[in-house]
Design a protein. Structure first.
Length: 214
């Protein structure tokens, strides 16, 4: 399943932002996978922290193959050594097991959390071990499909914004200016900033100052 958007979001963004409009026309429709299961999405995000995309995919596949389904019961039915053997650090395993225990003990109600506002969800999820604001924002976008997510903590989004708007740096005030302009469809704009930042499309460069060689 992919993040759902269509003419309503595209037309609104193109009307608000002529520069982004050209990017949207060049790239076309973007298909980004979503996972509506909040538990497995959070675990998947913890697994992927600070490792390459390739390593992330490999470890996640091992988990699926080993557990069948990633949920609180399957996590708690195994042990820490086994989970570590899949390729994760002890700390990541600790975060995942702690999360599973809180869900199992009903300290955390994921169904309730999913009904909260974006801001409230970020606050609730950020209380979990190993989950920060950025991870919570990614849950909003790629699990709950919230329409208005633009993350200042995402380096690729900032890179994409520099490349689209020809800025040397995206300061917080400048970021907020674009957030207001692109609201309430920031999530779709995020997809295009990520696409540009990937380097897969011609005509874009990063305007950030180059670091001097030591």
């Amino acid at each position: 399943m992919y993040f759902k958007y269509g003419k309503t979001e595209i037309n609104a963004l193109k009307e608000k932002d002529p520069i982004l409009a050209k990017v949207i026309d060049q790239i076309g429709v973007i298909h980004r996978e979503v996972n509506h299961d909040l538990f497995s999405s959070i675990v998947n995000s913890i697994v992927g922290q600070q490792i390459s995309t390739k390593a992330h995919k490999t470890i996640w596949k091992r988990m699926i193959d080993a557990l069948g389904s990633v949920n609180a019961d399957t996590i708690l039915s195994t042990d820490i050594d086994f989970l570590q053997s899949l390729g994760m650090s002890y700390r990541k395993v600790e975060y995942i097991v702690d999360f599973a225990q809180k869900v199992k003990n009903k300290e955390i109600d994921l169904d309730h959390i999913s009904q909260l506002s974006d801001k409230e969800i970020i606050i609730e999820l950020s209380r979990l071990k190993g989950i920060g604001v950025w991870t919570a924002e990614m849950m909003l976008l790629f699990c709950l499909e919230r329409p208005n997510v633009l993350s200042y903590d995402d380096l690729a989004i900032l890179r994409g914004m520099r490349m689209v708007y020809h800025h040397r740096k995206i300061t917080r005030p400048l970021f907020e200016k674009y957030r207001r302009r692109l609201s309430p469809y920031c999530s779709v704009a995020s997809l295009y900033f990520w696409a540009v930042a990937s380097g897969n499309y011609e005509g874009f460069k990063d305007y950030a100052p180059r670091k001097r060689a030591v």
